[in-house]
Structure formats: structure tokens, C-alpha cells
Design a protein around this ligand. Structure first.
Ligand code: GLU
Length: 297
């Protein structure tokens, strides 16, 4: 557990959107929260475009997200990295897992696993077949625990609650769980700040970090923005994009959403400078919140 606590190393944070649509209020909250945290600690903040899932990626969405971030004053301190250009890194990690004997081929479908509540029984029903298999990593029976800086202690026993999970899909695409671990380590990320929808992915990621012998970052999960019916705002569901031509109302709403004090700045730069000076990690609420529709000032 202590492994995930904040260290004295200079902070390196990141915002890692999937280019599946335009930047909406929920992603702005994650971008701003991670940016403020890094800036308030004189750290480095980088943007990584998570386009490893080429099927879900929407052409042009990555560029649109970057342009919107720039309009909101949130620029990456280092060149933006695109996962689609780093497949050799994921391949190398996958080969390492193979060498460790930690992965096995599997042709079970979701339907096959439904009878086991989605937890892989480790006895594949479809051994034969000419189709390429997916590859699963074998988890163990340890309880993985970490102390989130907003959501307190989180525990998960992977073998009971998640089961052996896929790192390479049958169609040859690496999964988010593998890519995010390789990238966070390769980019020397010390603290992962992101939405609380990824809380239950974190133990899988800690497990992979440890298996691959990579340092484990600390974690801070931000409250989720929900739509009127209580569902997470999502780019794929075409949540209303934030307006790059009018960033101040959305920035103020995102600050309020993160429990931060209102700032009086009348331009993006001024508002952000005040927000850094006032940033209070203790004020970030741990619970998901309903998103209140923004009005123009
Ligand atoms: N790419 C993920 C998303 O857009 C975020 C992953 C992460 O921050 O670890 O939801």
C-alpha cells in the first residue's frame, strides 16, 4: 500500500483522453484537476492521446481535443504522445509477460464467460480453432490495496472480483489496461489524476506495474460528472462539448465542481493563475456529482 503514496520526487502528471469525441465537461474536469495539481506543485503536466483502441477512435477528435485544451489554457509541457505510434512498447511489455509465463491464449467469448459472472474460470471451453486467440494475464489471490488521495483506501481481490483479464485482443489490438501501464511508466508519471470511473481499473494496473517491475504512481481520482439521469458524461454518448470560443463559464463551473474557491479572473490566464494559487486538494469532493447545466455569464 505505501507504494502508491505521494513521493518527494518532482511531480509528473498527465491527462490522457481517448479521442472518441469532443472534449465535454467531464473531461474538462479531469484535464483541469490534473493540470492544477501539477501546476500547484511546480510539476510537469503532459497530454497523452489514448488512441490505442483504434476502433473507438474518431478521426479528427484528437486534434479537436488538443485545440480545445489550448483554448482553455491547458497546454502540454512536452510533445503530445499518441499511443498508436508506440505499439512497439506495448509489444515489448507483452513479450515480457509471455516470458514470465504470466499470459495465456484464450478464445472464450463474453457469452462463454456470462455463466461465470464474467470471471474467467481458467478452463477455456474453446481450445481449438484457427482464429487468433486473445491473451489474458493470470491474476493472483492477493488483495490489492492503495490509498487514493481523494477516495481513501481502495481494495480489490483481482481473482474474485475481476478475474484474468485481456491484455491483447484477438484482433491484435493491445488493451487500455496494458497500454496505460506501459505509458505511465515510460513517461515517468508519478501521480495519476483522472475520473473516478477508473477507480476499479487501478488495482489491475497496479498488478501489471508490479508484474512488469515498473514503479507504481500515486493515484487521485476526481468526482465524476453525471448527466441528468445519473450516467457518466461520455464522449461516445456525444455529451455536449465545451465551447472553446467561450472558455470562462466552463472553467468556473469545473473549478466549482472540484470544490475550489471561485476566482475573479476575467481572462483564462488570470483565472488559471488564481486557481493555482488557491488550489486545495482537501476541498475536492469524493463523490460523483450531478452536472448542473452551465449558463452563460
Ligand atoms: N483514456 C481514458 C479516458 O479517456 C483515461 C485513461 C486514464 O486516465 O488512465 O477515459
Amino acid at each position: 500500500m505505501p507504494k502508491t503514496e505521494p513521493s518527494l520526487r518532482p511531480l509528473r502528471g498527465r491527462f490522457a483522453p481517448s479521442p472518441t469525441g469532443s472534449l465535454h465537461f467531464g473531461s474538462l474536469v479531469a484535464a483541469l484537476g490534473s493540470w492544477l495539481r501539477a501546476r500547484s506543485r511546480n510539476g510537469t503536466w503532459i497530454v497523452r492521446m489514448e488512441d490505442v483502441d483504434s476502433v473507438r477512435s474518431v478521426p479528427g477528435a484528437g486534434e479537436s481535443i488538443l485545440a480545445t485544451l489550448a483554448a482553455f489554457g491547458l497546454d502540454s509541457d512536452e510533445p503530445v504522445v499518441w499511443q498508436g505510434q508506440r505499439l512497439d512498447l506495448y509489444e515489448a511489455a507483452f513479450e515480457q509477460l509471455k516470458t514470465l509465463g504470466a499470459v495465456y491464449p484464450c478464445r472464450c467469448s463474453r457469452n462463454d464467460l456470462a455463466a461465470f459472472d464474467g470471471i474467467h474460470p481458467r478452463q477455456c471451453t474453446r481450445h481449438a480453432g484457427s482464429s487468433p486467440p486473445a491473451w489474458r494475464v493470470r491474476v493472483d489471490d492477493r488483495v490489492i490495496a492503495f490509498t487514493d488521495q481523494v477516495c481513501a483506501t481502495v481494495t480489490q481481490q483481482l481473482d474474485r472480483e475481476v478475474g484474468d483479464f485481456v491484455v491483447l485482443r484477438a484482433d491484435g489490438r493491445f488493451t487500455y489496461q496494458l497500454a496505460v501501464v506501459v505509458d505511465d511508466a515510460d513517461q515517468a508519471i508519478t501521480e495519476v489524476v483522472r475520473g473516478a470511473d477508473l477507480l476499479d481499473s487501478t488495482p489491475r494496473q497496479i498488478f501489471l506495474h508490479e508484474l512488469l517491475g515498473l514503479p507504481v504512481p500515486s493515484y487521485l481520482h476526481l468526482p465524476l460528472a453525471l448527466d441528468g439521469s445519473g450516467r457518466k458524461l461520455s464522449k461516445q454518448d456525444q455529451a455536449r462539448p465545451v465551447d472553446p470560443a467561450d472558455p470562462l463559464p466552463a472553467l468556473r463551473a469545473a473549478l466549482a465542481f472540484l470544490g475550489q474557491r471561485a476566482t475573479s479572473g476575467n481572462c483564462v490566464g488570470e483565472l488559471l493563475r488564481e486557481a493555482i494559487a488557491e488550489f486545495d486538494i482537501e476541498a475536492i469532493p469524493a463523490q460523483p456529482q450531478a452536472h448542473v447545466a452551465m449558463r452563460k455569464d
